[in-house]
Design a protein around this ligand. Structure first.
Ligand code: F6R
Length: 607
C-alpha cells in the first residue's frame, strides 16, 4: 500500500522518480506527488488520480533538482485529495510514508498545543510537523528525524528530504519494506527493488527498526537499538525486475498467458532433473513427522491454502487447519507443538499474514513461507522460504502467483503423501508425469477464447453471479468469484455446490448466471444434480468442464466452456485459467480498469 521512492542523483531527479513510481503504481494509485531540493530550495508537486496526472502537471510546472522523493498513494487516513497527497511538508522538511502512524492523534494534539496546526487529514503530516518542531528547537536534520521516529507507533517506511540539504535522505523502516539502491555516485531508495531496477541492481534491504542516513557517498545504517548495522549489498536478478506488458493490453493478460512458463519454472526448481522426484531444500521439515498443518494467508493466497487442505488431507492424511490471517492473528488459536505453520503470500509483505506468522513463532515446530518475493519480510521472518518462481506480478488481481502457489503446495502435499506412506511410487510417478505435462495443457486451455468471451459478454450485463464447485473446485469457485468482483465490480458469490439448497438457491432466477466449475471427476454426477436444481428454477448455467462432462451434463446449460483433460488432482491449477479469463474478459466488456481496479492495491501492508 503506497509506494515510496527517493533519489540522490547526478541528473534531474523528477524523471527518475516518476519512472520509479510507475513501477510502484500497483501499490496504490489514488494520488501521487514529488518533492525535490534545488539550490537548497524545497518544492513539491502533487496531483489526484493516476500518475499520468502528475506527469501532466510536471510538463506545465517542472520540478528541477537532483535530490528528491516521490509517492503513489493508497488512502488510509483522509480522502484522495490533493491536500492529502504526499509528500507532506512542514517548513524545511518533506516526508513520504507507506504505512500507518497509529498514535498520530495524540501526536497531533501535542503539536497543536505547541502551535503546529495541521492542514491535512493524514497521519503522515504529523511526522513532518514533528520533525519541523525538533528542527526549530535547534536539532540537525538527522537528529530531528531520529527524534521524530522514536515517537512513532505503527508501521512505516519513511523518507525525509530537507531544504538546504541536497545530499541527504533519511530512510526508516518498521513494518513496511524499504530497499536502498547503490549507483555510481548516486543513491536510491524504493519500496521494492523493482522500482529501482532501471537505476541499479545493487540493493540493500533495510531490516525492522533500521534508520539509514543516505548521501551520494553511501548509506550509514543503524539498527533498532541505534547501533551501526552492516547490511549486505545484494545484486538482484534483473530479469525478475523486468516490468513491461510484453505486447499484451494489460499486465493481467500477460500474467495469465505466462502461466505455462512460470509453472514450468516452478516445476524445474522443485523436481529432480529427470523430473521423477520432488526436490525440496535440506532444511524442509520432515512432512512424515509433522502432526498437523496450519495454513494461513489472505485473499487469493488463502484460496490456494484452502485448495491445499484438500490435497494434504486426501492424499497425505495430514490434518490441516486453514485460516484467513486477519482472523487467525486475533483469535489466539491454541497450536499443538507438532504443528508446522505454512504462510502463503505473493508479496511477502501482507501485514495480517506477517502478524499471524509472528504469533506462531515459538508456538509451533516450524514456520515455512511460500512466497513470490524472495527478499520479502515474510520470507525472511520464516524458518524456510519456498519461492514460487512466478516472476514479478504487477496486475493487482493475482493470477500467475495463485497457480504457482498451487503448484508448490501440491508438491508439498505429494511429498507428505509419500513420507506418510499414503501414496505408492507408481501413483506419484503418474502425478509427476501429469504435472510435467501441465504447462502444455495450460497452453491448450489458453486457446479457449471464443466461448470465454461469449460468457463474459453475458456476465457483463449481470448485476450478480454465483460460482459453484464441489471438492477441489470449491476453493476455485471462491477464487473465480473474487476475481470477477475485484476487476469487473460485479457482485459474485461462491458456494460449495452441495450448500446451494441450504439457502442460496432462493437467489436463483433467470437473471442470475451460475458458473459451475466441474471437471468430469468422481463428484461430477452430484454436481450435475445440483445443476438440474438450478435449471429447474430458471437459472442460467455456465458449465466449465471437459468434453466428457459437457456431454454428460446434456442440454439445458446456457453456455459451456470445454477444457482439456488432466488428472483430477491437478484440476484446480488448470481450471484457474477459465476463472481468470472469464473475469478478465468481463472487465474488458464493462470497460473497467483491469490492472488497477478501484479501491485496491497490490501489497496490503496495513491492517
Ligand atoms: C486478489 C489478490 C489478493 C491477494 C491478497 C494477499 O486477486 O491479489 O486477494 O491475494 O491481498 O496478498 P499476498 O499474496 O501478497 O499476501
Amino acid at each position: 500500500m503506497c509506494g515510496i521512492v527517493g533519489v540522490l542523483g547526478n541528473h534531474e531527479a523528477a524523471p527518475m522518480l516518476l519512472d520509479a513510481l510507475k513501477r510502484l503504481e500497483y501499490r496504490g494509485y489514488d494520488s501521487a506527488g514529488l518533492a525535490t531540493v534545488n539550490d537548497g530550495r524545497l518544492d513539491r508537486r502533487r496531483a489526484v488520480g493516476k500518475l499520468v496526472n502528475l506527469s501532466d502537471l510536471l510538463v506545465h510546472q517542472p520540478l528541477p533538482g537532483k535530490a528528491g522523493i516521490g509517492h503513489t498513494r493508497w488512502a488510509t487516513h483522509g480522502a484522495p485529495t490533493r491536500a492529502n497527497a504526499h509528500p507532506h511538508r512542514a517548513g524545511p522538511v518533506a516526508v513520504v510514508h507507506n504505512g500507518i502512524i497509529e498514535n498520530f492523534r495524540e501526536l497531533r494534539a501535542d503539536l497543536a498545543k505547541a502551535g503546529f496546526g495541521h492542514e491535512t487529514d493524514t497521519d503522515t503530516e504529523t511526522v513532518a510537523l514533528l520533525t519541523r518542531r525538533h528542527m526549530q528547537e535547534g536539532m540537525s536534520a538527522e537528529d530531528a528525524a531520529r527524534a521524530t521516529i522514536a515517537r512513532l507507533e505503527g508501521a512505516y517506511a519513511l523518507l525525509f528530504l530537507f531544504a538546504g540539504e541536497d545530499d541527504l535522505l533519511i530512510a526508516a523502516r518498521k513494518g513496511s519494506p524499504l530497499a536502498v539502491g547503490h549507483g555510481k555516485g548516486e543513491m536510491f531508495v524504493g519500496s521494492d527493488a523493482i522500482a529501482l531496477a532501471p537505476m541499479t541492481d545493487r540493493i540493500t534491504y533495510l531490516e525492522e527498526g533500521d534508520i539509514a542516513v543516505i548521501t551520494r557517498a553511501g548509506a550509514t545504517i543503524t539498527d533498532a537499538g541505534g547501533r551501526l548495522a552492516n547490511r549486505p549489498v545484494k545484486t538482484i536478478a534483473l530479469d525478475h525486475a523486468r516490468v513491461d506488458k510484453g505486447g499484451h493490453r494489460h499486465f493481467m493478460a500477460k500474467e495469465i498467458a505466462e502461466q505455462p512458463m512460470v509453472i514450468g519454472n516452478a516445476l524445474r526448481h522443485y523436481l529432480t532433473e529427470a523430473g521423477d522426484d520432488i526436490r525440496l531444500p535440506g532444511d524442509m521439515p520432515d512432512l512424515g513427522q509433522v502432526e498437523r498443518l496450519v495454513l494461513v494467508a489472505c485473499g487469493t493466497a488463502y484460496y490456494a491454502c484452502l485448495t491445499a487442505k484438500y490435497w494434504f488431507e486426501q492424499l497425505a492424511g495430514l490434518p490441516v487447519d486453514v485460516d484467513i490471517a486477519s482472523e487467525f492473528r486475533y483469535r489466539e488459536p491454541p497450536l499443538a507443538p507438532g504443528t508446522l505453520a505454512i504462510f502463503v503470500s505473493q508479496s511477502g509483505e501482507t501485514a495480517d499474514t506477517l502478524a499471524a506468522l509472528r504469533y506462531c513463532r515459538d508456538r509451533v515446530a516450524g514456520i515455512v513461507a511460500v512466497v513470490n518475493v524472495e527478499e520479502s519480510t515474510i520470507a525472511r521472518a520464516s524458518d524456510l522460504a519456498l519461492p514460487i518462481h512466478a516472476g514479478a506480478e504487477i496486475g493487482v488481481a493475482s493470477t500467475k502467483a495463485f497457480t504457482c502457489q498451487l503448484t508448490v503446495l501440491l508438491l508439498l502435499a505429494l511429498r507428505a503423501a509419500r513420507a506418510r506412506g499414503r501414496m505408492d511410487a507408481a501413483r506419484l510417478a503418474d502425478l509427476l508425469s501429469a504435472l510435467r505435462g501441465l504447462p502444455a495443457t495450460l497452453n491448450t486451455a489458453l486457446e479457449i477464447d471464443a466461448p470465454v468471451r461469449e460468457v463474459a459478454r453475458d456476465l457483463s450485463a449481470a448485476r450478480s453471479t454465483l460460482f459453484l464447485g464441489r471438492g477441489l473446485m470449491y476453493p476455485l469457485a471462491l477464487e473465480g468469484a473474487l476475481k470477477l468482483k475485484e476487476i469487473s465490480y460485479i457482485h459474485a458469490e461462491a458456494y460449495a455446490s452441495g450448500e446451494l439448497k441450504h439457502g442460496p438457491i432462493a437467489l436463483i432466477d433467470e437473471t442470475l448466471p451460475v458458473i459451475v466449475m466441474a471437471p468430469c471427476d468422481a463428484l461430477f454426477d452430484k454436481t450435475v444434480s445440483n445443476m438440474q436444481e438450478v435449471m429447474a428454477r430458471g437459472g442460467r448455467i455456465v458449465l466449465v468442464s471437459d468434453a466428457e462432462g459437457v456431454e454428460a451434463a446434456g442440454g439445458g446449460t446456457f453456455r459451456a466452456i470445454t477444457m482439456p483433460v488432466t488428472d483430477p488432482v491437478l484440476a484446480p491449477i488448470l481450471y484457474a485459467l477459465p476463472a481468470q479469463l472469464i473475469a478478465y474478459h468481463t472487465a474488458i466488456a464493462k470497460g473497467t480498469d483491469v490492472d488497477q481496479p478501484r479501491n485496491l492495491a497490490k501489497s496490503v501492508t496495513v491492517e
